[in-house]
Write a protein that binds this ligand. Sequence first.
Ligand SMILES: *Cc1c(COP(=O)(O)O)cnc(C)c1O
Length: 478
Amino acid sequence: MTARQTREEVAAWRRLLDTIAGWPEKVAQLPVATPVDPSGLRRELQQRYQFDKKIPLDELTDQVLDLFTTLNIQVTHPRYFGLFNPSVLPAGVLADALAAVMNPQLAVWSHAPAANELERLTLGALAARLGLPAESHANFATGGGEANQSALIVALAHRYPAWPTGGLAALPRRPVVYVTSESHHTIAKGCKIAGLGLDAVRQVPLTDRWDFDVAALSRMVAADRSEGLDPFMVVGTAGTTSAGQVDPLTELSAVARRERLWFHVDAAWGGAAVLSDQLRSELAGIELADSVTWDAHKWLSVPMGAGMFFCRHADAVARAFAIDASYMPPPSGFDTVDPFVTTMQWTRRTIGLKVFMSLASLGFEGYARLIEHQARLGDELRAMLTAAGWQVVNHTRLPTVCFTHPDLENGSADLVGVLNYLLRRGKVWISSVTLGGEEGGQAALRATITSYRSSEADLEVLIGELEAGRRAVLESAS
Ligand SMILES: *Cc1c(COP(=O)(O)O)cnc(C)c1O
């Protein structure tokens, strides 16, 4: 390495460290989002980067910082009330940088004993908070999608001992899994990937509060059995993606036990509530799950991607993912497991280091404060919306708020018009949803308190923008 390269590298690091240190203040001054011309952006990048000459690292760092600062949606903005993408804790950023520098390989325990044991320790502490037995399996994953996929595969291996070897051809009847219109679509996608097909996904109706209709589940299971199908799994969601609602987990678990269904709880976002004494009761019944999905890269505010998969049947996990590979180092002999034989991934980075460092630096107490701050802002947002004449339409104590306005319901103003007004101005970022399925569902605007740095003042800006948007759309319609 030449001296010049070292200077460049040092300059690049200094630039990055300055950005990291100043980011929370800086991002709050930026627009949350700026309109982008897709074809212009692609053309510009193609012209700029032809990879035919070297670019000094400090210059390159500046260029990427500039692109990312101006052309991405700023999900770490305190007024990004968006899709569960959090503002990240400093400990998590540090951990990811550290992991990149040393690049530990966690596929086999013996290659990274320290990293593997820190992950095991962290997962064990979080599993205990979920109320799962101490001997449960747990692993870090890229995200909730991988964790939900793991649940499907382990549930299949548990129910059908012939499946890991014989595949679908070894099954006597067609397996089916029960979800609702509010379940995350990674379950349906997972059924495609596992070869079950989308037809294996049975959609259970909702109650008039948008909750899982447990009585309807029992009826559907009976009807499907008599049709020759084989019900094997039900998915309850603890914090739906659209509305942040929690399905009746205890009731679902009772039906699952009676009907011999694998009970998976998808708590990708809502799982964090178990860390708060005030909110834990919202997730009552999660401790009865056969498996749980929980994303640290949502409400635990660590950088992407950090999913977690928990399962009380370690034997089924072993059966689902076991494989022989002569070139892999042999097991350590101690009671350790090699992640490559118990998880979907092979090469494995230390995803869990950022969760460990966040948890260890805050403590459970610090996390509870963070989570309760966001929940309290959610309550305030509901109150402020109601006071301003808007109507909250979802049912949850968690900080996802779906709302509409009489002007939108009676057709005087258009919901998409209001949303676009907000997004054009770039002071806040929210989204829209349809609760209860696309057909005949309730259209609503949706705001989540996803940044632990959001404050009351940010909520006031949001209400101001909504009111301005509503008036502007009313005026342009008249
Ligand atoms: C976000 C989400 C997922 C998907 O998780 P990824 O981390 O995006 O893969 C699954 N289920 C629910 C309920 C979610 O909110």
